[in-house]
Design a protein around this ligand. Structure first.
Ligand code: PMP
Length: 384
């Protein structure tokens, strides 16, 4: 089959199954509202959980950083791209999260790929939760190590997987909060089982950092664990983008030698590091924002009990409604859109077949009345 025929066939298959992905251009920021084609709708689809993408202090941080450093880092951090802004942010993150070192990456995707690629060798085994993010599973698939996926959030299944003979080292991989279900991993149990098996634990807390735990320190802080590797990302609770890997001094030094996404990629703009430092301050002082988000989550769950779609077992800002059929999920998303509400229909292969869903995300930028508007539209769509 020619290149073109192969591409046409893949697209046609996606189309036929209601799975064709498209992107729509936003005309303003990621906050409470979304503006598209001149039409404004309530935004229940962003991961900007604390609303920090629009926070004046974070915006000012970026502006001041740009005024001082310019807009680009100019090179990899190993060449000339590493600035005092990066170093200061890494130190602040390490202190805040209780690790000797933090290393900044351009994205969570790159951080996950880099860590796994740098660590995993041929006789090793990566034991990952079945529902781990694509960046983790893909890295594991690409690595020379073998990949075993254990039943979602099941520490017993993890123990059984770790008990199978392995000639190399074992790395357990999971997330603090799962991005498509909003549920939290049983981290204390997972850490205990990993320790028992002398495996290292890597937790991707993309959706927990800033939002959960004391001062927003995330899922591991909330669970009282301290994994060998903690990945935090800044596109969600921090409202910006980028990521950091928290680890020991020797691991950080090892990644500085062997993490190819760090070495061969332009460092994040210093201005972004300044903005992230401002976002970190907002997160640390963000108890009121977190309390507001918690109130919205409760309001939504209380009001959604009667809906015909299964409400996920989530107490986080991610509140999916499991619709099942791909076309039905798309239709529900379109119905909400007509009511001025924006909310993504998530379909396979992002989620397992038969579990297409409306991924509703709540943020501190919402008002109580926004939650009520959403609930009313959902009840009308259900005909109740
Ligand atoms: N890990 C998880 C669990 C995620 O949900 C995401 C983003 N959707 C990433 C990693 C990737 O992070 P980034 O967007 O910073 O590349």
């Amino acid at each position: 089959m020619s290149w073109q025929a192969r591409i046409d066939e893949a697209l046609e298959q996606r189309r036929q199954h209601g799975l064709l992905r498209t992107r729509t251009a936003n005309q303003q920021g990621a906050g409470r509202w979304r503006l598209q084609d001149g039409q404004r709708w309530l935004n229940f689809a962003s991961n900007d959980y604390l609303g920090l993408s629009q926070h004046p202090a974070v915006i000012a941080g970026w502006q001041q950083g740009a005024a001082r450093y310019g807009v680009g880092s100019g090179a990899s951090g190993h060449v000339t791209g590493y600035s005092e802004a990066h170093a200061g942010l890494e130190q602040a993150l390490a202190n805040w999260l209780g690790y000797p070192r933090a290393l900044l990456f351009i994205s969570g995707f790159a951080a996950n790929q880099a860590v796994i690629a740098a660590l995993a060798q041929k006789p090793d085994r990566i034991v990952a939760d079945r529902l781990s993010h694509a960046s983790l599973l893909e890295a594991a698939h690409l690595s020379p190590a073998t990949l075993t996926r254990f039943r979602h959030n099941d520490a017993v299944a993890l123990r059984a997987a770790l008990a199978k003979p392995c000639e190399g080292q074992q790395l357990v991989v999971t997330e603090g909060v799962f991005s498509m279900d909003g549920d939290s991993a049983p981290l204390a149990e997972i850490a205990a089982v990993s320790r028992e098996a002398q495996a290292w634990l890597m937790v991707d807390d993309a959706h927990g950092i800033g939002v959960l735990g004391e001062q927003g320190r995330g899922s591991c802080n909330a669970a009282g664990i301290h994994p060998e590797l903690l990945v935090v990302t800044f596109g969600k609770g921090f409202g910006v983008s980028g990521a950091a890997v928290l680890c020991s001094e020797s691991l950080a030094c090892y990644f500085e030698q062997f993490a190819r996404h760090l070495i061969y990629s332009t460092a994040m703009p210093p201005a972004q590091a300044v903005a992230l430092h401002a976002a970190l301050n907002c997160v640390q002082q963000g108890d009121a924002l977190r309390a507001r988000l918690t109130r919205h989550i409760q309001r939504f769950r209380d009001g959604a009990q009667q809906l015909p779609w299964q409400l996920a077992a989530s107490h986080t800002a991610i509140q999916p409604l499991i619709v099942g059929d791909n076309h039905a999920a798309l239709a529900l998303s379109a119905t909400l859109r007509e009511r001025g509400i924006g909310c993504s229909a998530i379909r396979p292969p992002t989620v397992p077949p038969g579990t297409a869903r409306l991924r509703i995300t709540l943020t501190a930028a919402h008002e109580d009345e926004d939650i009520d508007t959403l609930l009313e539209a959902l009840h009308d769509a259900a005909g109740i």
